[in-house]
Design a protein around this ligand. Structure first.
Ligand SMILES: CC(C)(COP(=O)(O)OP(=O)(O)OC[C@H]1O[C@@H](n2cnc3c(N)ncnc32)[C@H](O)[C@@H]1OP(=O)(O)O)[C@@H](O)C(=O)NCCC(=O)NCCS
Length: 170
């Protein structure tokens, strides 16, 4: 059975656990290093938008991060990295962290979120192709992998070129 995941924003003691989750989930240290570079960049890092999901016993298992990016020169959010410890994958930990991060962003009044990732995974959170929203990346990528979501569909969203925070190195 899948545990009920408890979600909470990153706290002061979570830096090592977040690094460990990213190191375990991805083949290289790129994402673990990226989180640390983003945390050190006040233009990219927004307090309260780095989320963990943990087991009822308090073991951090899943992680989702939203950082500042720009679309058409207007502020938006980039989702990622999203990571789950391999032993906890496909049991809801990733989805719980992502939903919690998106809810926190909505509460902050943010609207547009862009993600580059698994085309089969992110639509369950409401993401659709970024191109369908008039948003395009600064690099070549197959259309289906760049997705976007308006947290409040009633509000207009910016269109145009999407630029990540400089830490992404894109
Ligand atoms: C991708 C990831 C964050 C998803 O978190 P998770 O807790 O494993 O997934 P959830 O339990 O929330 O959701 C499970 C669903 O995700 C799907 N899923 C998991 N990993 C996937 C992948 N690599 N590609 C496509 N779908 C994936 C499963 O098929 C499952 O679908 P189902 O509900 O229809 O059966 C996690 O598996 C992970 O860390 N993977 C390795 C790192 C990675 O690829 N990160 C994302 C980069 S875009």
């Amino acid at each position: 059975m899948s545990p009920s995941w408890i979600t909470r924003p990153e706290g002061a003691g979570d830096v090592a656990a977040i690094r460990d989750i990213n190191l375990a989930a991805f083949p290289t240290a790129y994402e673990a290093d990226l989180v640390e570079a983003l945390r050190a960049d006040p233009q990219a890092w927004l307090p309260g938008l780095s989320w963990l999901s943990e087991t009822p016993g308090g073991e951090p298992a899943g992680y989702a991060l939203l950082t500042r990016c720009h679309v058409g020169g207007e502020p938006a959010l980039a989702l990622g990295p999203c990571a789950v410890l391999p032993e906890h994958q496909r049991r809801g930990a990733g989805g719980a962290a992502i939903r919690a991060a998106l809810d926190a962003a909505r509460e902050r009044g943010e609207n547009l979120v862009v993600v580059l990732g698994h085309a089969e995974y992110y639509p369950r959170f409401g993401f659709t192709t970024a191109s369908g929203h008039g948003i395009r990346p600064t690099f070549d990528v197959e259309d289906k992998y760049m997705m976007a979501l308006a947290l409040d569909p009633e509000r207009p969203i910016p269109t145009g070129l999407m630029r990540y925070a400089s830490a992404f190195g894109i």
